[in-house]
Design a protein around this ligand. Sequence first.
Ligand SMILES: NC(=O)c1ccc[n+]([C@@H]2O[C@H](COP(=O)([O-])OP(=O)(O)OC[C@H]3O[C@@H](n4cnc5c(N)ncnc54)[C@H](OP(=O)(O)O)[C@@H]3O)[C@@H](O)[C@H]2O)c1
Length: 251
Amino acid sequence: MSTLLSGKTALITGSTSGIGRAIADVLAERGAHVILSGRNAERGEQAVADIREAGGKADFVQADLTSADSARTLAGQARPITGQIDVLVNNAGVFPEGATTDTTEEAFDAVYNTNVKAPFFLVAELVPAMAERGAGAIVNVSSFAADKAAPDRAAYSSSKAALNNLTKAWAKEYGPSGVRVNSVAPGPVVPEEVQAMIAGDPRVAAVTDALPARRFGLPREIAEAVAYLASDAAGFAHGAFLSIDGGAGLA
Ligand SMILES: NC(=O)c1ccc[n+]([C@@H]2O[C@H](COP(=O)([O-])OP(=O)(O)OC[C@H]3O[C@@H](n4cnc5c(N)ncnc54)[C@H](OP(=O)(O)O)[C@@H]3O)[C@@H](O)[C@H]2O)c1
């Protein structure tokens, strides 16, 4: 087990599945005490048990990130577990498809509340203590879609564009206080077990043939980039955008 994140506590939103779960696994392997979060307590507690069994330190805090209050409550419940949060990974996200004309106000709000408002108020809640200590790292999980015209996902891709702007604004706002704010932009990522299930489906080839990588990414490949940006090895990274997308973001 590497010790790159030893002594640090990392709060990872949306870590009950997919990319967030892989981030929790990798940060725990690097020595961090990870606090997982999401709505699904069963999956969260199972992840905690798996990480502890592998020798890591982990806890779960249930949260439905739909409002400023829910973000503040999560921060308030996570902080006392070890006494401080050193790393915040804003990973929880929802990504419904649909034409603009078919998108209800409720669906739009669900996207922006989880993808933009929750990260905004988690940062507002957690950054002051980081700044007071003169150290902290925030990693926002964005998307290759943030910079693309996505006619079937306009609400989603615009929410990630908003998150990208927040990454830049926060990097300037809090960098001088020792808090680094950076972003990882995944391309199409599918967990290994799901890739096995959908292998041979012509819709898979339609996506992967368009990628220089010629395949989907794996959650761990995103998690490695997050772990780097969260660690002191990335001490000079402020407002960086790491595209880990198989080339999906290339023009
Ligand atoms: N997979 C991709 O191809 C891809 C590509 C680009 C960017 N991304 C971004 O990567 C991030 C993770 O995506 P993923 O593919 O790993 O998706 P996923 O497997 O669906 O995981 C999403 C996570 O977010 C949590 N979540 C969703 N709504 C929530 C809410 N209201 N409150 C709290 N937690 C909530 C879910 O937990 P619960 O179900 O327990 O609530 C889950 O842990 C997202 O921000 C996504 O936009 C993914």
